[in-house]
Design a protein around this ligand. Sequence first.
Ligand code: PLP
Length: 386
Amino acid sequence: MRAYLDNNATSQPLPEVREAVAEALSTEWANPSSVHHEGQLARRRVELARMSIANLIGAKPRDMLLCSSGTESIDLAIRGVLGANPSKNAIVTSAVEHAAVRDLCAALAREQDIEIRTAPLGAHGVVDAEALASVLDDNVALVSVQWANNETGAIQPVCAISDACRARGVAFHCDAVQWVGKMPLDLRDDRTPAFDLLTLSAHKFHGPKGVGALWARPTVALRPVVHGSQELGRRGGTENVPGIAGAGAAADAAREWLADASGRERVRARRDRLESGILERLPGTTVNGPTGPGARLWNTTNIALPGLEAEAVLMVLSDLGVAASAGAACSSGSLDPSPVLLAMGVPERVAHGSVRLSLSRFTTDEEIEHTIDAFEQAAARLGFAP
Ligand code: PLP
């Protein structure tokens, strides 16, 4: 059998998503900007899907910008706010962000002399919101901090961060790619953190790849990065109608699934069983990231086999029927340890041997037991001796 435990990388499209994509490809293929009947059918499909995506997060459809990915949404948030605020030239972020934020910030520092300030981290890679507040000043155009970490599932204190941003009048962008579709969010609720911009990506919640969205509070000034008339002039380019239709179907399904917390609890119990199963069978393995109640997403665990190379572990696991991943980049044939784990203070030897397992709402008990067995076999095959 095969166990797919790489859902933070991407998740399998739902049957209704595949249907919506196929239907849009066959019947709504005209250009949604065209005034004729066919164009208006495509426009209707885009707007219905926009409404579904907006409903998933309690937003108004007109405040949702549809784009090609989480990465593009992040790019538009950060460059868009910087472009609209030319008198400010600093950004505050954290050292545990996804490469979409990390690499963009590095490029902005290199090419445009933007000052990147990194918010200090507390234990397990959780941002210290008080320390973050102390690096805010009038020169900061934007704070960009993720909601949940893609490698460890660690949840950031976005409420305290948004309070700090509000107090200084600084815009707050949240990369919520790993949150949206996995956890409830209602932007109309007073208890929700006061975000100014928020990024989501459809393929993380069983939608198609190639569809992201940026929610932007209407008062936030954004300069477009890709010019054109679409998306009210905020993001040019003919819309990916089939992908957007699929994203809408995925959003509707996610909203329904999220309405009942027992679904999340069931998968959390499977994740906990997976983790304790591996830790018990393989003394010397450890979990990276926070493990306390409410400290991380229900679907993620990051397990270290100190002394092994994650790449080798992943290859053996794949051989044994388990799809997992490492939050690491491949350079010159070997995996560099994840910069996120290193920033969290995980020692290099431990980071090198760390593997991420991410479940979905469809993960079964059989997949979990199969993965625990596969870990034991992989460790034996690779001579795991912590
Ligand atoms: N941000 C986070 C936290 C992610 O996990 C990812 C994807 O893994 C992205 C951003 C990028 O999203 P996309 O793959 O849609 O470009």
